[in-house]
Design a protein around this ligand. Structure first.
Ligand SMILES: [Zn+2]
Length: 376
């Protein structure tokens, strides 16, 4: 990423001496679980617990290399040695077959609420592609009903708010995308808040799915698109100009087009950034090279998200920790990240305002505690 410049004012220099930097990182670490967080880019099918994969597979006689969760971890999670997007996605072949019925989807949606709540997430938007999980005996609409049942019960039991995004899929027939948009529009009163375009952006452009995104705009369904993750920023421009995107998934390569980056910053187009995932898929080589820190300090509406926490072996706390340590973020900067999440959510305005209040209160409480205990 060397040689690329972010538009706008230069980032504030981090002049703190090394010892105070590490002291701040250590005290922030302890606070991270309690800070109110928002996750807007979270794949339901990439967020499964390893033990649940083993149990669902055993019940359904789905063949796995092992049913021991400790050993299964090596097949369904990637670590620092992951070399590519392909290697990352290869893990999905093990657990996708267990998501083939309503009971399994309802369970993983329910467990996601518990996991998010434990990580201090107050609101999340989960997403998945009905076209990938449906089959002859499990219609796309049935997958949506099952996921919504799990989220409704989990949200109630674990006190976490949520929205559901339905993904169109780049490699799937365009007709499946218009069908997905209709499903999203029909289920808006039950918690579906938007649509997405997922899949390999280097091999499949968004163009064949244009009708679906035009339909979404006509029906008032907000869109976010995976763009500028592993492909040049032209995909981000198309997402904004052609596919009516209100948010961008990733946008890691945005700095390659300074004019476009300035537009994204000035119009406060939210970027759903996922550092851990980008590092594991080698979209970004080193954490310090990730544009998240530069974007945050240049005033972009950036958010931090877990992407596929089950595959990455993380929670949103780990994602925040990585960003905080890499860029020596202050509590005030983390508050900005959380508030950006409330601003960018596809939830109704009243919900977004309530989330912003909870974030302000939560951070104020934590800040008051740190002054009292002199930990920062
Ligand atoms: Zn994603």
């Amino acid at each position: 990423m060397a040689g690329r410049t972010a538009p706008g004012p230069a980032p504030a220099p981090t002049a703190a001496p090394a010892r105070s930097r590490s002291a701040r990182a250590a005290s922030l670490d302890a606070l991270l679980p309690a800070l109110p967080k928002i996750d807007l880019h979270l794949h339901l099918d990439g967020a499964l617990r390893v033990a649940t994969i083993a149990e669902l597979a055993r019940e359904r006689r789905v063949p796995l290399p092992t049913y021991d969760p400790q050993r299964l971890r090596h097949y369904v999670q990637v670590g620092p040695r992951c070399r590519s997007v392909a290697e990352f996605l290869a893990t999905f072949r093990y657990f996708y077959p267990v998501l083939a019925d309503a009971a399994a989807l309802e369970r993983v949606a329910y467990e996601l609420c518990e996991d998010q709540s434990r990580a201090g997430v107050i609101y999340f938007e989960a997403r998945y592609a009905p076209v990938l999980l449906a089959h002859a005996r499990f219609r796309p609409a049935e997958t949506v009903r099952a996921v919504l049942r799990g989220l409704e019960a989990g949200g109630r039991d674990f006190g976490v708010a949520w929205g559901l995004i339905l993904c169109c899929y780049r490699g799937a027939p365009p007709a499946s995308s218009t069908a997905t948009v209709r499903l999203a529009a029909a289920a808006r009163d039950r918690g579906v808040v938007g649509i997405d375009l997922a899949g390999d952006e280097r091999r499949h452009s968004a163009a064949p799915h244009q009708r679906a995104f035009d339909l979404a705009r006509r029906l008032g369904v907000p869109a976010t698109l995976h763009a500028g993750e592993s492909a040049p920023p032209a995909g981000v421009r198309d997402a904004l100009d052609l596919q009516h995107a209100r948010r961008i998934g990733h946008g890691v390569h945005l700095e390659e087009d300074p004019d476009l980056a300035a537009r994204v910053r000035d119009r406060r187009v939210p970027l759903e950034m996922c550092m851990t995932s980008n590092l594991q898929t080698r979209v970004v080589r080193r954490a310090a090279d990730h544009p998240f820190g530069r974007f945050l300090r240049a005033g972009f509406c950036v958010t931090l998200n877990a992407d596929d926490p089950g595959v990455s072996g993380i929670t949103l706390i780990d994602e925040w920790r990585r960003a905080a340590r890499t860029f020596d973020l202050s509590l005030a900067e983390l508050r900005t990240v959380a508030l950006n999440g409330a601003e960018a959510a596809f939830a109704p305005a009243a919900v977004r305002r309530a989330l912003a209040r909870r974030i302000a209160d939560g951070f104020a409480r934590v800040a008051a505690g740190t002054k009292k205990g002199k930990t920062v």
